[in-house]
Design a protein around this ligand. Sequence first.
Ligand code: LUZ
Ligand code: MOS
Length: 744
Amino acid sequence: MILRHTSTRRGQADRNLEAPGHVTGQSLYVDDYPEVAGTLYALAVPSPVAHGHITALEVRDAAQVDGVVRVFTAEDIPGQNQIGGIVADEPLLATGEVHYRGQPVALIIAVSPEQAHAARTSVQLRIDEKEVITDPREAFARGMLLHRSRRFQMGDVKTAFASCAVVVEGQVEIAGQEHVYIEPQGAYAIPTESGGLRIYSSTQGPTHGQRTIARVLGIPMHQIEIDVGRIGGGFGGKEDQATMWAAMVALAAHHLQRPVKYILDRSDDMIMTGKRHPYSCDYKMGLDQNGKVLAYQATFFQNGGAAADLSPAVLERTLFHATNSYFIPNVEVTAHCCKTHVPPNTAFRGFGGPQGMFVIEAAMHHAARSLSCHPSDLQRKNLLRQGDVFPYGQKIIDDLAIRCWDDAVSRYQLETHQEEIAVFNAAHELTKKGLAVMPVCFGISFTNTQMNQARALVHVYSDGSVGVSTGAVEMGQGVNTKMIQVAAQAFGISTDLVRLETTNTTRVANTSPSAASSTADLNGKALQEACGQITERLNKLRAELEEPLTWHELISLAIARRVNLSAKGHYATPVIHFDKEKEKGHPFAYHVNGTAILVARIDCVRGTYDFERVQIVHDSGSSMNRAVDLGQIEGGLVQGMGWTTLEELRYGEDGRLLSSTLATYKIPGIYSIPEHIDVHFLESDGAEHAILRSKAVGEPPLMYGIGAYFALYNAILAFNPQARVPYSSPMTPEKVLMALYQGR
Ligand code: LUZ
Ligand code: MOS
């Protein structure tokens, strides 16, 4: 296995400052913190059925089990039994009805996790079962919606379709995806003297947890301190859904006045938490004879699960990215947020964007077959150009979609590639290769404008060392390293002098979740602002002096002169706005572009496959840390490839998760990553609203993985040109095998 990347800038020793701790096992996660004496352990009792009316819930026997201290139910909630973020439709503990298998109905507290487990089967629960709906189209037909439907429109599709030379129509099925963060969900609550709680939570959204727990307990937010050292992966799965477990330990610690901890085991985590949304979609695309797309229409049925959670926001991002990197003059895209009886689906890297992009790539692929050309011919013809407008009204201000594409084509010699593949395929009967090009254009900002704000707190200590707190949560993405770089750069000092503190709601309040690829931008800009205040004070001092001082001398003098060496910074992204009635505006600070070329190779006897190479040109602006960004690009790519090729999330008709273990749910491993990954960082001016002109990198690369699906599809066509494979992800080896011999 060879991993390499081409780099045009030399001599910079970029690295992730936390890497040594991770590889030596010294980095701490919630379950590693030393436990306070008297700590108790929580365990939720999940509903065994997906939909029904609770006729009896009896916890007396469970409370008698050895080691059990207490069993809580909804009746024990002092405030509101409500954890819904966007819509108030989700109880912490079920009352009356259950809406998904795994929904917590009670909470066992015991002196050991084992004893809590032993008590689980002693909770008596009778449920009158009701009909279970897991299919979003069926839910839609019955009017089961979690939120209002949305439609983005531009031009006039009806008239445009009438003038098209070619019109293709079809259906796309897109599977969900389990987050598989390495650290499972968990939290640890410790009562404080004032009647409040300090909570260590594995969360991307400390303030979401704080606000929700205050509501559940009926106490002010100032009594709840959430502290996050780092988390072992989130991928969106802990944007809102970390709150449930933190609220459970908070409830128990509040009542019992003892420390309470809850770390989910992998199986419970997979069964009880929501995932990336599966979608079912219809598309219609119309083109002229030259392959210019004139009209595009799509309807998205989102499988939202049993409660709204973040689904309405995810739905919106599907529409924002429904046309990916293409300009299409006539567009009508509609999305429905459907309620089903599976766990509430939630944020997952890309946040609905990947599903929107997958559908238009399927439509392009379909259209290319109708026009007997390679999809890349159509893709290139329809790329966004400066001056074009997205269906939601934002203007394109650069030619980066085309620059990335053209750079990838020439740098990686796409034409030669394609010829070589044709020669290879002609010479090999039972091994076939397929190539796909995948352009990505992803909008950076929370689509909910209000969330685009952040704060930072900076202390310069009298010895010249610097302590920084921000609202950013380190989840392996390297944001702590980037924050340290920002502070070091702002003060002109070495990164060794800067320490990044935990993310803590008492030090930095009203944080947005670390999400939407925006964490480094928002918190980094707030941090720059705070550092700027201190620098300004120091500069005044400098101006009074004859001699230049070292940093340490300057700080000593500042203390002597009683200068304030602490500052609080605030940042709110300027410019952005969006009108949800008109569905028009300027929701994104900027866009990130890139193009990937993917080559798949299939074994036509077995249906198995691997990826020979993936070559990427990625617009990073002016990357502030290439090692960190490369990690995000490679990781995102492979996670995206897993979603479109391997990871088969399946629910039974009774709402039971069938792929509930890592043995039945296959994620990419060391053997499934591409043999070669080339990443070229396209240097661009960056964007004014990107931190140090280094563009956001968390989510965009995931969508390169969509190309894996189409590379496999094209390899299948090389073996069986007549194959009519429905557009249905993931492209598992079984599906490949069936398609190879379809109609033969
Ligand atoms: N979370 C969110 C996100 O609340 N709003 C967003 O727009 C978003 N986008 C991507 C990932 N998480
Ligand atoms: Mo996210 S999908 O928590 O950026």
